[in-house]
Design a binder for this molecule. Structure first.
Ligand code: GLU
Length: 467
């Protein structure tokens, strides 16, 4: 085992990249980056029926979006089948694995009688070779499974990076199947061979795998011997939904890509996900670089973290403000394009982003504001009735006359508004609300002169026409 830190993320391509997996990937990646190590992407695609290329593509795209760049891979388990076969042959030869010819009926009967005796169902070792033991006669035409010869006594112990010391008695573990009768290797076995071959130093994964770890350690021990170095295991608690149940579709989006579509920034997702189960004092807002600098495997929480959409919005709003207006313009142009609005990410769009970003949590919200500069608005009858009232209409008409003449900048527009207010003896909100409803389709906006300045004169005159 090398002393370099080598971590991995090993998603199964049976769907999109789930938030929980993204967080595990993030921890593994940050840990490798912190120690100047390597981060490996491995696709666990042995569940052929449920795996798809589309899911692989989505996982890779989501990782790329989060900028969790891998140094090696993606490796595909289905392309490593020969290697698994080779290791199985090695283990059979070394006596750390053996053939078992039990039929399904026999195994069912075994479990039944164990249950009847009040015992925990487990493989009873009837095909396990022992010195001096007479094995049953090999049945004709029955393809055997291969079982791992689990150590009989003692305990399997490891010091979990997250949970601390864990010990499991070998009496709890039976001889698990490592290759099925058709020769395909099983999940726990492939993981071990992969982690071994890929020289993984730290296995960071969800704590739904905690029960697999003693089995995997035993298999790895059989391969590397008593002196070989085991990886360090860290089992991260799951993410709970806002209601305390395991985070699922029921709680809204659970795919990383969906958050990209919904206007979240990758650096904000990274920041928010990192805080689900890890902390650096009480610092809530940090950059990718700070995360790498701080993420040293300490301060990982033992208890599950809870998904909090309001906090995610707050974190995103923070990172939105850190972005340059030019880069926001690019993202907003994409959001607008998804609505069928064609907008170029130019200087003008950047100025629009600057004007509205303080009141937005996501680029979707920014696009909600900015769309009115590109397509006509349709004020609701209620807004029109409430604000575009007879007492104000003549002032709107004279403001329109002034705006037709003035230089098109904020100061001149502001002067035109003030002159109109003085002429008609109105207060700012009366006129401003009416103009906003007509031009913007809503009565609340940032300062009217700043809002109007970013429309063209023609747009404003057109929207204030025919009163
Ligand atoms: N393929 C497993 C999963 O998606 C990961 C296994 C591991 O990290 O060891 O849950």
């Amino acid at each position: 085992m090398t002393s370099t830190v080598r971590t991995r993320i090993a998603p199964s391509p049976t769907g999109f990249l789930h938030l929980g997996t993204a967080r595990t990937a993030l921890f593994s990646w940050a840990y490798a980056r912190h120690f100047g190590g390597e981060f490996i992407l491995r696709i666990e695609d042995t569940d052929v029926a449920r795996s798809s290329q589309e899911a692989v593509d989505q996982i890779v795209a989501a990782m790329r979006w989060l900028e969790l760049e891998h140094d090696e891979g993606p490796f595909f388990q289905m392309q490593r089948i020969e290697r698994y076969r080779e290791v199985i042959a090695m283990m059979l030869a070394a006596g750390t694995a053996y053939h078992c010819y039990c039929s399904t009926e026999e195994l069912d009967a075994m479990r039944e009688s164990q249950r009847a005796r009040g015992e925990k169902p487990r493989y009873d070792g009837r095909w396990r070779p022992e010195p001096g033991k007479l094995l049953p006669a090999v049945p004709q035409g029955v393809p055997p499974v291969v079982r791992f010869r689990n150590p009989e006594g003692g305990v399997v112990s490891w010091n979990d990076l997250v949970k601390g010391p864990i010990s499991i008695s070998n009496r709890e573990l039976d001889d698990l199947v490592i290759a099925r009768a058709d020769g395909t290797p099983t999940y726990n076995f492939c993981v071990v061979v992969d982690d071994w071959d890929m020289r993984i130093s730290h296995v960071i994964r969800g704590d739904d795998h905690v029960n697999n770890t003693p089995r995997q350690i035993n298999i790895l021990r059989a391969l590397i011997g008593p002196e070989g170095a085991l990886p360090i295991y860290g089992h991260v608690p799951m993410i709970l939904g806002p209601d305390g149940d395991k985070l699922s579709k029921r709680h809204g989006a659970v795919s990383v890509t969906q958050y990209e579509d919904d206007g979240y920034l990758p650096e904000a997702m990274l920041n928010y996900l990192a805080r689900l189960g890890w902390s650096h004092g009480d610092t809530e807002l940090f950059s990718r670089e700070q995360l790498i600098a701080w993420f040293d495997g300490h301060h990982l929480a033992k208890s599950p973290a809870q998904w909090d959409p309001a906090k995610l919005n707050w974190v995103n709003a923070h990172h939105l403000k850190q972005r340059s207006d030019g880069s926001l313009a690019e993202l907003v142009a994409k959001q607008l394009a998804r609505r069928g609005i064609e907008a170029v990410a130019d200087e003008h769009l950047a100025r629009l982003c600057a004007l509205y970003k303080d009141r937005c949590a996501t680029t979707v919200e920014l696009a909600d504001w900015i769309g009115m500069y590109y397509v006509d608005v349709h004020p609701s009858a209620d807004e029109l009735a409430a604000h575009v009232i007879d007492a104000v209409k003549p002032a709107v008409v004279s403001l329109r006359g002034r705006l037709a003449e003035v230089a098109w900048d904020k100061a001149a527009i502001s002067a035109a508004i003030k002159a109109t207010l003085a002429e008609h003896g109105l207060k700012m909100p009366q006129l401003a609300h009416a103009v906003r409803v007509l031009v913007c389709g809503r009565s609340q906006t940032p300062s009217l002169d700043a809002v109007l300045e970013l429309f063209t004169r023609e747009q404003v005159l057109w929207r204030l026409r025919s009163l």
